[in-house]
Design a protein around this ligand. Structure first.
Ligand code: NAD
Ligand code: G3P
Length: 348
């Protein structure tokens, strides 16, 4: 039996709060970094996060909340990163590099590190010297709101170290969380980033008053475009000889219909909880990007991801007419209706 590991959660938005709920419901003591002292005091006294996911009540006896992120880093064996990708570099810059390198890092972030435009594991390898063996991702179709309501959800844990991946997955398994393990650490992260972009498009289509018939065609084609990118990106990683000890599994061996790929694309495109879909719907209805951002208290990761993936795909060279059109609508002011006329023409 493996030794029990101690968990730290970095972030205090909806998803961090949901992950803290899962771990504490399972009886794990959690060290939790909450930036804002008023928010921490509220959580300690009222047992829920006032701003994000307020319906999730937490077992505060198991919580050690800290405003200093290094306190959490020192206290925990496993650090779960759950801040939006736009802020991750600022948060990481506060962390002690040597302590960080000695921890198991689990990314719950569905985004690219903006600036260098790389996956988080690549950024952590470059900046912290974190080996891939110490890096894991928790992804899959799951909205925090349904975790709060304890509705059955499936989370996929990905990593190259099978034993530790399974041990971390086990800490999250509960009557309302099923866990799956997976090896495709790069592919699952790219899939999570791409599904946010396609969900923005699903929202735009909804805002433009396309119906469910069109949406099903749009999602089917988005799934295919995503698989084409993942296949090309996977091959590229093998060809350039990165991570030679852990060759990235070739597409033939990967089931892209699995929940961490297709499932997450589906839920993000159709769920009313999806921030990406909601943001896209506002754009389709004629809001500007700035006014749509002001309307939302939460972060739609797909907006920055469009631009990052546009840059990344210059290197990968996959055919991505849908994602590129969403990029032009959001970043180059292409009219949504004109963009969707282009998309109509490429769908099969
Ligand atoms: N919400 C979900 O259902 C869900 C599910 C799976 C994965 N995720 C992923 O989890 C990650 C976090 O998203 P979320 O939904 O928890 O975010 P959110 O939109 O609920 O909250 C935004 C968070 O950003 C924080 N923030 C704002 N400014 C900041 C700054 N300058 N520095 C640091 N933090 C700052 C806020 O305090 C808050 O914690 C994202 O990558 C998202 O894709 C979310
Ligand atoms: O609300 P969204 O669009 O950020 O999606 C949240 C989760 O990633 C769904 O799995």
């Amino acid at each position: 039996m493996a030794e029990t590991m101690t968990y730290g959660v970095v972030g205090s938005g909806s998803w961090a709060t949901a992950l803290v709920k899962i771990l504490t419901d399972n009886g794990h003591r959690v060290h939790w970094w909450v930036r804002n002292e008023r928010q921490s005091d509220y959580i300690r006294s009222r047992r829920h996060n006032p701003q994000y996911l307020p319906t999730a009540y937490l077992n505060v006896a198991l919580l050690q909340i800290a405003a200093d992120v290094n306190e959490v880093l020192r206290a925990a064996d496993v650090i779960v990163l759950a801040v939006p990708s736009a802020y991750i570099r600022d948060v990481l810059a506060q962390m002690d590099k040597e302590t960080f390198r000695a921890r198991k890092i689990v990314s719950a972030i569905k985004g690219i590190v903006p600036g260098p435009d790389v996956l988080l594991n690549e950024y952590l390898e470059q900046e912290f010297g974190l080996p891939l063996e110490h890096y894991f991702a928790v992804l899959g179709p799951c909205h925090a709101e349904e975790v709060a309501a304890e509705k059955l959800s499936y989370l996929t844990f990905s990593g190259v170290d099978d034993a530790v991946t399974a041990q971390i997955a086990e800490a999250f398994r509960s009557p309302y969380i099923n866990t799956i393990t997976n090896h495709d650490i790069l592919g699952v992260q790219y899939a999570a980033v791409l599904k946010n972009i396609y969900a923005l498009g699903a929202g735009i289509a909804h805002g433009l008053e396309y119906g469910d018939n069109f949406l099903s065609v749009y999602i089917a084609n988005s799934a295919d475009e995503m698989a084409g990118f993942l296949q090309k990106a996977g091959i590229e990683h093998i060809e350039v000889g990165k991570h030679e000890e852990h060759p990235i599994t070739h597409k033939k061996e990967i089931n892209y219909a699995a929940s961490v790929y297709l499932g997450d694309l589906l839920v993000t495109c159709y769920s009313p909880y999806s921030r990406n879909r909601t943001f896209g719907a506002m754009i389709g209805k004629g809001y500007t990007v700035q006014s749509a951002q002001l309307e939302m208290n939460m972060v739609a990761e797909g907006y920055n991801a469009c631009k990052c993936m546009f840059h990344i795909n210059r290197r990968i060279g996959a055919e991505m007419p849908i994602a590129e059109t969403i990029y032009r609508i959001l970043w180059e002011k292409e009219a949504p209706a004109a963009g969707f006329e282009t998309i109509e023409g490429v769908l099969v």
